[in-house]
Design a protein around this ligand. Structure first.
Ligand SMILES: O=P(O)(O)OC[C@H]1O[C@](O)(CO)[C@@H](O)[C@@H]1O
Length: 543
């Protein structure tokens, strides 16, 4: 897949986009609305029940047309065909990236088809049996708590979806918890009030080598043994999802409780695989299937819709415009739903682990910027914390508002109202004249008007996309997640990077292994100094 690759900045559309940047870069987003009152119609699109409004971006139809030219010149259609056709789009590892097969959009590789179908059946039967109270621990007591032990992609997706869709604890027959961190506090919290005889752990790790997950699995084993006795059959309290089945068997997972996950599913794309087992337990089959159906609908849309109406393509191009032409370094994602409070964390891994790279398909170094720093938090909570910087700080920060239309509860209606109000206020800001008028209306003296107005003036001028979902329900969330997955692919393809490997984080893992115990020879002064300081603070080792 290296033949005919042209870095994006050498494509003719890139030069055209530079001229649009000169025209639009210093333009106030608010003025674009006065120039074209029908912007919303021109720059919003609907698909799979979602609406995406790009009219608050520093863009106009001419710049958008040039971005679409860029996609065509980068041969994005070939990329999409390669992705869905199971070609090795993860070219550094020589693998396909077929997470779409997990939701039934395209077939899995023929060699894996049987295993895949069997795993699917087994995970569904196991989850249903757990929900029906038919799975017991070694003492014969029914399993009532499931704790997922995983990190990164083996945690963030299932955790985020469970928070969004599982409903209040107590409504489900089995309580599902998550523990990712090496810090014992998280597992302790997941086990608070848990009865060992009623608890089952899912060890979720594609590689089955991840230090945090294995440490938590060992801690779980020790917790069970301490409560149930050294000779207890604690295998009844474990299941595992992994690509490294031999390692899981060696850990002591029973073969019938082992769910294989295929190599062609990347960790951050794995929520749809058996890594979604905790979700099947928390949501039940029908709601899990609706999640898959939403993602499948977005897959079909991405695969077939013309680029000018294609939500993932447009999201990818808008992000690329902000990053590479408007020099914006971050992307803040602001879901206006408590259920989506972990969406930014899920998205951080998806975007930054996929596209936080600099080496291109042909081995050269990128000449343009790649993934932005993704951050964010749930609205309206963020309004009372970091929005101040968005209003009056010195940085341009592109924003993705995620808004739920759901009008069943007045407070939910107020949430959507708040999101729309924030998007508008951050677009238009408040001029000095308006600030002065507001102060005068409050009866301020002329001296106070002069003194305070500059502090009340708000540049705003932040560009944003608003994604509108009808309800926070499985189909819509599945479509939203697949929208971002494919947006990441679009950007990675155009930038010319492999969105599906993660060699960068591997170095950190290796360093942590080498540092365990004592700093190896050649460690720098900071590592040595801090290790000594930590040893001094800990005092002598306890016998
Ligand atoms: O599922 P595993 O193999 O334990 O990996 C967990 C996470 O660690 C990473 O490899 C990064 O270190 C992620 O890509 C992955 O999602």
């Amino acid at each position: 897949m290296t033949d005919a690759f042209v870095p994006p900045h050498r494509l003719p559309a890139w030069q055209v986009l530079q001229t649009h940047r000169e025209r639009l870069g210093a333009q106030r987003v608010g003025n674009l609305f006065s120039e074209d009152p029908a912007r919303f119609d021109a720059l919003s699109r609907r698909a799979c029940g979602l609406l995406a409004d790009f009219s608050r971006q520093r863009l106009d139809p001419a710049a958008l047309a040039a971005l679409l030219d860029l996609a065509a010149q980068a041969r994005l259609a070939e990329g999409i065909a390669a992705l869905f056709g199971g070609k090795p789009v993860n070219y550094t590892e020589g693998r396909a990236a077929l997470h779409m097969a997990l939701r039934g959009t395209c077939p899995p590789p023929a060699a894996d088809a049987d295993t895949f179908a069997r795993t699917n059946e087994r995970m569904r039967a196991f989850a249903t049996a757990l929900r029906d109270g038919r799975i017991t621990g070694c003492t014969g007591w029914t399993i009532r708590r499931v704790v997922n032990l995983g990190i990164g992609g083996s945690d963030l997706g299932p955790r985020m979806v469970a928070e969004a869709l599982a409903g209040p604890a107590g409504r489900n027959p089995v309580s599902v918890r998550f523990a990712a961190n090496l810090d014992p506090q998280e597992l302790d919290e997941a086990l608070a009030d848990a009865e060992p005889a009623e608890t089952l752990f899912i060890v979720a790790s594609k590689s089955f080598t991840t230090a945090e997950t294995l440490a938590n699995a060992e801690a779980a084993r020790a917790w069970l043994r301490a409560a149930l006795g050294e000779s207890a059959d604690i295998g009844a309290h474990f299941a595992a999802v992994t690509n490294a089945t031999a390692a899981a068997l060696a850990f002591g997972i029973a073969a019938e409780r082992l769910l294989p996950m295929p190599e062609w599913v990347g960790g951050r794309y794995s929520v749809w695989s058996a890594i979604g087992l905790p979700l099947l337990v928390a949501l039940g089959e029908a709601r899990f299937d609706a999640l898959l159906a939403g993602a499948r609908a977005m897959d079909e849309h991405f695969r077939t819709a013309p680029f000018a109406d294609n939500l993932p393509v447009l999201m990818g191009l808008v992000g690329l415009w902000n990053t590479d032409f408007l020099d914006q370094e971050t992307l803040a994602v602001l879901p206006y739903a408590h259920g989506l409070r972990s969406f930014p964390a899920w998205l951080q891994q998806l975007e930054m682990e996929s596209n936080g790279k600099r080496t291109l398909r042909d081995g050269s170094t990128t000449a343009v910027m790649t993934s932005p720093v993704v951050w964010g938090g749930a609205g309206t909570v963020g309004q009372h914390a970091f929005h101040q910087l968005l209003y009056q700080g010195t940085r341009a920060v592109p924003l993705d508002f995620i808004v739920i239309a759901d009008g069943n509860d007045p407070r939910r209606q107020a949430l959507a109202d708040n999101a729309l109000a924030q998007a508008a206020a951050l677009t238009h800001g408040r001029s000095l004249d308006e600030a002065e008028a507001a102060l005068r209306a409050r009866g301020a003296s002329e001296e106070d008007v002069r003194r305070l107005a500059p502090h009340l003036a708000i540049p705003g001028n932040q560009a944003s996309t608003t994604l509108l979902l009808p309800m926070l329900e499985p189909f819509a969330l599945g479509a939203l997640m697949a929208l971002y997955e494919h947006k990441v692919f679009v950007q990675g393809w155009i930038w010319g990077i492999d969105s599906f490997d993660q060699y960068g984080v591997e170095l950190g893992k290796e360093m942590a292994r080498r540092l365990a115990g004592a700093a190896p020879a050649g460690s720098d002064a900071s590592t040595l100094g801090l290790q000594q300081a930590i040893a001094a603070l800990r005092g002598p080792a306890q016998p």
